[in-house]
Design a protein around this ligand. Structure first.
Ligand code: MLT
Ligand code: MN
Ligand code: ZN
Length: 301
């Protein structure tokens, strides 16, 4: 029977755990080896175990591929990576493309808007367009990012990349269009959803989530004002386009009455207490039926 195989290449949000300039409790504990380090946001997915799609290319992709034998070359220039699918233009999701520039064919899939962001930055021309075609795919249209895998992109509430935000007063954090998308993946009868960034739950998203076998979901923050309380920034999760885990409007509450097979948090910011396996918040997330994603975690459904 066809299965969906997923490997979390990186479970952390932008910056990773530890983040180079951060001395927060989690980052310090990760440096001391007391809690596991996590690299930046990416998942690999396959239907046949031979050909893989990479969902978001993180700045850590070099060591993520090194750590994942299923993605190693099988010959002088034969890699099992067929494509990279982008869910937005954020640096933690696109910078890894520059690491994949060594004359290696694969296909890049993203919405016209995100392909436009890549096209507008000449540094990405380091990826030879003959070898790495950029395929714009419209919301809802089916494509095949790896053999036997059917994918569709769908809009979720979010915003444009940080570096394209413009004046603070004009920043829209709840756009629903081609800027921030989720990926729906099907193999045979199995269905998975990958949503590493989402500003809030909507009726449409709820409907799409219902009945999925596997969901990877935005786990950026535990609480909306976490970074402010820790004195590490001025932004709330809402301002960054991320719904938090805890609270009435949080993801744990939102998923309570949605029927999904397995639900896995990814894209966790290094301040998120669930990254510490000893924390009360980790226990609470797990008690609510969540798996807290980890680098290298493999899930077959
Ligand atoms: C985010 O997920 O909000 C962005 O990746 C932030 C960033 O670009 O650092
Ligand atoms: Mn991010
Ligand atoms: Zn930190």
């Amino acid at each position: 029977m066809t299965a969906l195989r997923a490997v979390i290449l990186g479970a952390a949000a932008g910056g990773g755990l530890p983040q180079w300039n951060c001395g927060c409790t989690n980052c310090a504990a990760a440096r001391r080896g007391e809690i596991p380090a996590q690299s930046q946001s990416s998942v690999a997915i396959s239907a046949d175990g031979d050909g893989w799609a990479i969902l978001n290319a993180s700045p850590d992709i070099g060591r993520q591929l090194f750590a994942t034998p299923a993605l190693h070359p099988t010959g002088p220039r034969d890699v099992p990576i067929r494509s990279v699918v982008l869910t937005n233009g954020d640096i933690d999701h696109v910078a890894g493309l520059l690491t994949l520039r060594e004359k290696q064919p694969f296909t890049l899939w993203a919405t016209p808007d995100i392909v436009g962001v890549i096209a507008a930055n000449p540094v990405f021309d380091a990826l030879d367009r003959e070898l790495v075609p950029r395929h714009s795919v419209r919301l809802g249209d089916a494509f095949e990012p790896a053999p036997g895998l059917e994918a569709r992109l769908f809009a979720v509430p979010g915003k444009v990349p940080l570096y394209l935000e413009g004046p603070e007063a004009e920043v829209m954090t709840d756009l629903e269009g081609e800027q921030t998308v989720g990926v729906e993946l099907r193999a045979g009868s199995r269905r998975a959803l990958y949503i590493p960034g989402c500003a809030r739950m909507t009726p449409a998203l709820r409907g799409r989530l219902e009945g999925a076998d596997l969901v990877f979901f935005d786990g950026t923050l535990w609480r909306d004002d976490e970074m402010i309380r820790l004195g590490l920034g001025r932004k709330t999760g809402a301002r960054m386009g991320h719904m938090s885990m805890d609270g009435e409007a949080g993801s744990i509450a939102a998923f309570r009455d949605i029927r999904v097979g397995r639900k896995v948090f990814v894209h966790m910011n290094n301040t998120n207490p669930v990254l510490d396996p000893r924390s009360a918040e980790r226990r609470a997330a797990e008690a609510a039926g969540w798996i807290v994603g980890q680098d290298g975690m493999e899930i077959v459904t």
